[in-house]
Design a protein around this ligand. Structure first.
Ligand code: AKB
Length: 320
């Protein structure tokens, strides 16, 4: 990777990935794009272009202008929003992906796009879900993710585009908030714990989902993109995970730092149903074997770091 175009660069993953890639490859070699500009560091610390991913012509012009050799396509709607607006989600998630793959094909660029645990469905084995298994999701997001994995494979086999992808679990970060996901509770809970000492969770106790701390997710993207292609059997997309917990377990981890923290529930039936259709835990053996996937943060290490990083934002004194 030398000259990278990122779509959705101001979103939850993009805001941090853009900065990490600028550190590694040089600020001028990472072209951040999003549908709107803002005053975030990702938008201000290097080249930025407004790109609507449903506009193939514009995406192609920007990619040509900077002569990129890598496209990282992050722009997409997450699961809960996609469920609320399924037709819009299909058009944005699939139309945007097709345009990004076409652009990669034209420029002979390497390609990355995230898939998700949302690609699995209620008939998938629930525990230690294997890399290769039943994939019959019942959400629009999941349908998009499975179709996206197949489309990326298609561009690899048919056109030789070097496509690579990761099935991300819920991603947790203190930098940018997610928006419209089912796993968002696992980010909100830290903000509310620090702000109010309590959190009302829309996911029910006993509902397990895989999660990963953002620094591990960013390392996984870089490592996969740098991996020796001859070792990659799966490409689109690898299961990756660092932990699996339910709301009670994350609350217990937070209580080690904020003993008075209170967790309450007001379950949202839509997001609960999505969560129940996803695995309890997935197996990342293929990622470990094919390109050496590792992670650093488990639940308690992540909680400690989240609280330390967020504490100054809320100017609260927490006994740690
Ligand atoms: C979501 O909840 O929609 C995402 C995901 C797991 O893909 N965080």
């Amino acid at each position: 990777m030398k000259r990278i175009l990122i779509t959705g660069a101001l979103g939850q993953i993009g805001s941090e990935l853009t900065l990490k890639l600028r550190d590694i490859y040089g600020a001028d070699n990472v072209i951040a794009t999003d549908i709107k500009k803002n005053d975030s560091e990702a938008a201000q610390s290097g080249p930025f272009e407004v790109v609507d991913v449903t506009d193939l012509k514009r995406m192609g012009e920007v990619a040509q202008k900077y002569q990129v050799d890598t496209i990282m396509h992050l722009a997409a709607l997450l699961s809960a929003t996609a469920e609320a607006k399924p037709v819009f989600a299909w058009n944005l998630n699939m139309g945007g992906l097709l345009n990004a793959l076409e652009t990669a094909k034209e420029l002979k660029a390497q390609f990355f796009t995230p898939s998700s645990i949302g690609a699995f469905g209620p008939t998938t084995p629930k525990d230690q879900t294997p890399q290769d298994t039943i994939m019959r999701p019942t959400t629009m997001y999941g349908v998009n993710k499975v179709a996206g994995e197949l489309l990326a494979d298609y561009y690899y086999h048919k056109y030789g585009v070097d496509t690579r992808g990761l099935r991300f679990p819920g991603l947790i970060s203190y930098v940018a908030l997610p928006g419209g996901g089912t796993t968002d509770y696992a980010v909100e809970i830290y903000y509310e714990a620090l702000k109010n000492g309590r959190y009302t969770c829309y996911i029910d106790k006993g509902t397990y989902m895989d999660m990963m701390y953002m620094p591990d997710a960013l390392n996984a993207i870089v490592d996969l993109m740098e991996a020796d292609p001859s070792k990659l059997i799966h490409r689109n997309s690898f299961n990756v995970t660092a932990m699996s917990f339910d709301p009670e377990e994350i609350a217990a981890s937070i209580k080690k730092h904020i003993p008075g923290f209170k967790l309450m529930y007001d379950v949202d039936p839509v997001r609960q149903q999505i969560a129940e259709s996803w695995p309890n835990s997935i197996d990342a053996t293929a990622a470990k074997e094919e390109w050496g996937f590792t992670f650093e943060y488990d639940l308690d290490k992540m909680t400690k770091d989240m609280i330390e990083k967020l504490k100054p934002k809320f100017q609260m004194k927490i006994s740690s």
